[in-house]
Design a protein. Structure first.
Length: 659
């Protein structure tokens, strides 16, 4: 048992099956399946999480009903799937980790563009986000679905799975049946709460009848779906005891949000307080005596998890994103190596990835699903080289620690007083604090790897060449480009600062500046809107101009919803299809917003500040002169081409291995 986290690492039994501790892996779609079968990459993903020390894993949703045919989801509804399922069970269960298959259907819910033409639902009512109107399921459809799900559960049991999790939360199909907001049926499955619960109750009973009492049945239920007229904590407190009785259900897990403007509750980012649903979980746990409760939702730290178990607020902790970022989170916590955990930074890039139909990936874990991912430390290189890394941002630091750990002599030259580059600046903005986990981990690893940091120096050619490097890695980042809509000559006046240069000056200010701040947005990522929040703290009016038809387009939907809510709450104005016009006059406090299609101009008055966040250009000025001197030069991160944090860390990681 761990001394630091004795409750978190205490054993527990579910359905008579032993769990070695209380840390579980929440279901997350990996998008790694292919043609309805598990891939080697997917099995490695699950094996790694089991090896990392968690006690139970819930798989991503399976194709467990004959109507479910998504190619990236593993099939469980036919017997020819048995050997695939058995392999999956083996790789996880052999690590003393219980494996549960998830039974779920999104119903009318859809997070992507367009509508789902194959959706089923309780009623023919539109989904709040996609406006998909589902086919209303008949009683015969429901019966067949339940029969298939129960049959698939039995197949999972035969394959060696320890149980199933029925996902009746997050706004999915079973949740939709429970909610009066989307269920207006007049038959036995609609109307009274008892009728709305009937489908889930019958499903639980059917699985139990097929699989018996020694098979774990977990139930994800709505805790608060955040939709007016749907299921809040009060109705959740009626639903939970109605469905969760000892013997029927082996654990309950309360979930947050729905397929609606509350979708961001599902995966809270750092604009939320930590463990934001703990109070509701405690209350709901009180309604289901004798049934273990699993807490989920923005729990990232072992001390938080320990406190939740120790106070009795929950019996189990489910970690989604934190185990994606570091599968060895449990082992490191248990053995007092918390500082070596690569912590989830709650950026939700992982969610953005699967929405783009790409395999799950992480800003702060460049090795997701690689065979040696768990507790990774690189092997020593065959030849030792002297490497100068120019730039101490997250690309440069990632390359540096990997190269150092491989035995190279590594010197990092950084312009800032501390490592982290632009990501450090972002971490100082509202909702950015968790990003520090990227460069904090890199700093710990770099120290362990013997990397030498020389900070506070904007390196010139002589500085780079002074240590006589065998190779130079340029990770010097990028700068915001001057808006082409404005005369180039204005650039030298210094009256229109770029947003990144401006923020360090504005962040410490507490005194209101008054007037209007205009922000020209050709960035559409989170830092720009976090900066807009800072502007609103200081200026009376903030107006965002963008040439696109909406803002925040390059953020995952879950992130965008939060951005739109915060900007709306703060009264920040958005002018789409606009750019600042050359007719603007900062001296007179006037910016004209020019419609990019019609050329018509709208006056914005009392302007104290015009700033811009635009596509970046690489700061690669050192590359050519170094190459002229015969030096081997590699460019990584924004300095190669301006992209995302994920590109920066993964490219730095790869470069550190390549040298
Ligand atoms: C990329 C991603 C995919 C997810 N996919 C599913 C899913 O398929 N089924 C499900 O029940 N929950 C899914 N979730 C929600 C998680 O199970 C969990 O409730 C959520 O991430 C909050 O936990 P965390 O803060 O520990 O990440 C997903 C979450 C993420 C980040």
């Amino acid at each position: 048992m761990s001394e630091a986290y004795p409750k978190l690492f205490a054993t527990i039994e579910l359905a008579g099956r032993r769990l070695k501790n209380r840390v579980t892996h929440a279901s997350m779609t990996t998008r790694m399946g292919h043609e309805q079968r598990p891939t080697a990459q997917q099995l490695a993903y699950y094996r790694n999480r089991a090896r990392g020390g968690c006690a139970l894993i819930v798989t991503e949703p399976l194709n467990a009903w004959r109507m479910q045919r998504a190619p990236h989801k593993v099939r469980a509804w036919t017997d020819d799937a048995l050997s695939d399922l058995a392999r999956w069970a083996e790789v996880v269960e052999s690590e003393d980790c219980r494996l549960l298959g998830q039974i779920q259907d999104p119903g009318r819910g859809r997070h992507e563009r367009g509508r789902n033409p194959f959706a089923w639902g309780a009623s023919a009512l539109p989904d709040d986000l996609s406006w998909t109107v589902p086919h209303m399921m008949s009683v015969a459809d429901i019966a067949q679905m339940i029969e298939d799900f129960a049959g698939s559960a039995a197949r999972l049991q035969r394959a060696g799975f320890s149980g199933v999790e029925i996902s009746a939360g997050h706004g999915h199909l079973f949740h939709q049946f429970m909610s009066a907001w989307c269920n207006t049926r007049e038959d036995d499955y609609g109307g009274s709460l008892e009728n709305r619960l009937r489908l889930t109750r019958e499903l639980i009973a059917a699985v139990r009848a097929e699989c018996g009492t020694g098979f774990i049945i977990g139930l994800k239920l709505p805790g608060d779906d955040g939709v007016p007229g749907s299921i809040g904590p009060d109705e959740a407190a009626e639903i939970a005891p109605a469905l969760c009785t000892p013997g029927a259900v082996d654990y309950a897990c309360f979930t947050w949000g729905a397929h609606a403007r509350s979708l961001d509750m599902h995966i809270p980012d750092a604009h939320w307080p930590r463990a934001p649903f703990r109070d509701v979980i405690r209350r709901l746990k009180g309604t289901v005596p004798g049934v273990p409760v699993m807490a989920v939702g923005y729990i990232t730290d072992p001390a938080e998890a320990e406190a939740i178990i120790a106070t009795g607020d929950a019996d189990l902790i489910a970690l989604g994103r934190p185990l994606l970022t570091d599968p060895a989170w449990p082992t490191k916590a248990k053995t007092g190596r918390e500082r070596e955990i690569r912590y989830c930074v709650s950026c939700n890039s992982c969610w953005g990835r699967i929405m783009e139909h790409a395999p799950l990936a992480c800003d702060n874990n460049p090795r997701v699903a690689l065979p040696d991912e768990v507790d990774y430390w690189p092997a020593i290189a065959s030849h030792r080289r002297r490497i100068v890394v120019v730039g101490a941002g997250v690309a440069g630091m990632e390359a540096a620690w990997i190269a150092g750990a491989r035995g190279h002599e590594v010197i990092v030259l950084g312009a800032g007083a501390e490592a982290g580059g632009k990501t450090r600046l972002h971490s100082q903005l509202p909702g950015g604090e968790n990003l520090s986990s990227i460069f904090d981990y890199q700093a710990v690893a770099a120290k362990r790897a013997g990397v030498r940091l020389e900070l506070g120096l904007r390196a010139g050619i002589e500085d780079v060449l002074a240590p006589a490097p065998d190779v130079v890695v340029l990770a010097t980042g990028s700068s915001l480009s001057w808006p082409r809509a404005l005369p180039a000559a204005w650039r030298d006046d210094g009256l229109i600062p770029d947003l990144r240069a401006l923020m360090p000056d504005l962040l410490p200010l507490t005194e209101r500046q008054g007037g209007t701040a205009v922000l020209f947005d050709m960035d559409h990522t989170e830092g720009t809107y976090a900066s807009a929040q800072v502007l609103k703290r200081l200026f009376d009016r903030v107006v965002i101009l963008t040439p696109r038809d909406r803002i925040a387009e390059d953020t995952p939907l879950v992130t965008r919803l939060g951005i739109l809510r915060r900007l709306s709450t703060l009264g920040i104005e958005i002018m789409p299809l606009c750019e600042p016009a050359a007719t603007s006059s900062l001296e007179e406090g006037i910016v004209f917003a020019r419609n990019v299609y019609t050329g018509s101009e709208t006056e914005i008055g009392d302007v104290m500040l015009l700033t811009y966040s635009t596509p970046r250009t690489p700061d690669d000025a050192l590359a050519a002169p170094l190459r002229d001197k015969g030096v081997e030069v590699h460019l990584i991160g924004d300095c190669y081409a301006p992209r995302t944090v994920m590109s920066a860390t993964s490219e730095g990681h790869a470069k550190g291995h390549e040298l």
